[in-house]
Design a protein around this ligand. Structure first.
Ligand code: BMA
Length: 313
């Protein structure tokens, strides 16, 4: 451990929490997990890359969200053989609990020769799923739903590649029923020049509702001569209109630093997809993929995170 005492997010002592050598079956890598709580358990839906290079999504459960993970023997979601749009794999799930529907939504990337698309599935128990299919066509990824309707509509954040200029920014689409989607609206753009988030950005976990706004943890990429660097940053979105950014930190809040973030299949990656806020303790647990090889945890408190945003770092 080499945690600096002034870090907003502190890495867990047991990192990496999950790594390929602890998997119950033969894999190449595990990364980029969606997260939620189900009863008294934390559930991660992990992206697992097999040794062909194709990904699927498998559940891992833990009582304290930190240790003693029990990993399912089989995937919850795997590419269907008869669906060409999934033939290159299923990736990077985000999980949202939607009380109104009494279920969880799983938004994930389905990857195939046409490029990455956003797919949606629902579950009530993380043992069976109902697939609702592709909801945003290629090229689109990094999608997550808000936990409730805003202005009567469900809100999906996603990251289309724009045809003009090839930009990769955060957008949102609204739906009355999770089936019909309106025109995408721009939310937040990659910065310019030498900024840490200048090449592209994408949403991390589903934004968390707080008194100050929807808390958005996002990944930002900077292109360097040594390759892409993936870091994490913070923003706040208006509670009544989440397409409005009301605060955005200038500085990143997590950057690859530990050995397991710097060495792996893709060196220099922290990629958060799961966030759990424990209301009684105020703890925020951020689950992230590290170097496209394993899963790490970093913690903070909501109070500290909102203070950091208010201070405008
Ligand atoms: C992004 C996604 C992530 C991956 C990251 C770093 O484009 O594909 O799944 O972790 O690149 O390789």
């Amino acid at each position: 451990m080499s945690a600096l005492s002034d870090d907003l997010f502190r890495r867990a002592v047991g990192n990496p929490l999950l790594a390929p050598n602890r998997w119950p079956y033969r894999i190449n890598a595990v990364m980029n997990a969606g997260a939620t709580t189900v009863g008294d358990e934390t559930v991660l839906l992990c992206r697992v890359e097999d040794r062909r290079g194709i990904s699927h999504l498998t559940v891992a459960r833990s009582k304290d969200g930190v240790s003693n993970w029990v990993v399912d023997e089989t995937p919850l979601l795997a590419p269907q053989p008869d669906v060409p749009g999934e033939s290159w794999g299923l990736e990077d799930a985000r999980i949202t609990r939607i009380d109104e529907l009494d279920l969880w939504t799983i938004t994930y990337t389905s990857f195939g020769p046409g490029g990455p698309a956003v797919s949606l599935a629902t579950t009530r128990d993380f043992r069976t799923v109902e697939r609702l299919g592709v909801i945003r066509p290629p090229e689109d990824k990094n999608a997550a739903l808000l936990s409730r309707r805003v202005g009567g509509q469900f809100i999906l954040f996603h990251r289309p590649m724009t045809v003009s200029g090839g930009r990769a920014d955060i957008w949102l689409s609204r739906s009355p029923d999770l089936q019909q989607w309106g025109e995408p609206e721009p939310v937040m753009s990659a910065r310019t020049g030498g900024s840490w988030d200048s090449a592209r950005i994408g949403i991390g976990p589903p934004p968390l509702e707080t008194p100050d706004g929807w808390l958005l943890v996002y990944h930002g990429v900077r292109q360097t001569v040594a390759g892409a660097l993936y870091r994490a940053g913070l923003a706040l979105l208006d509670l009544d209109d989440p397409s409005k950014v009301i605060a955005r930190c200038e500085e990143w809040v997590m950057s690859p630093r530990e050995q397991y973030e710097l060495v792996g299949d893709v060196p220099g990656v922290v990629f958060p997809c799961g966030l759990v806020w424990d209301e009684p303790t105020d703890e925020i647990r951020l689950y992230y993929g590290a170097a496209d090889t394993c899963i790490g945890l970093a913690t903070s408190t909501l109070t500290e995170v909102l203070t950091h945003l208010r201070e405008g770092h």
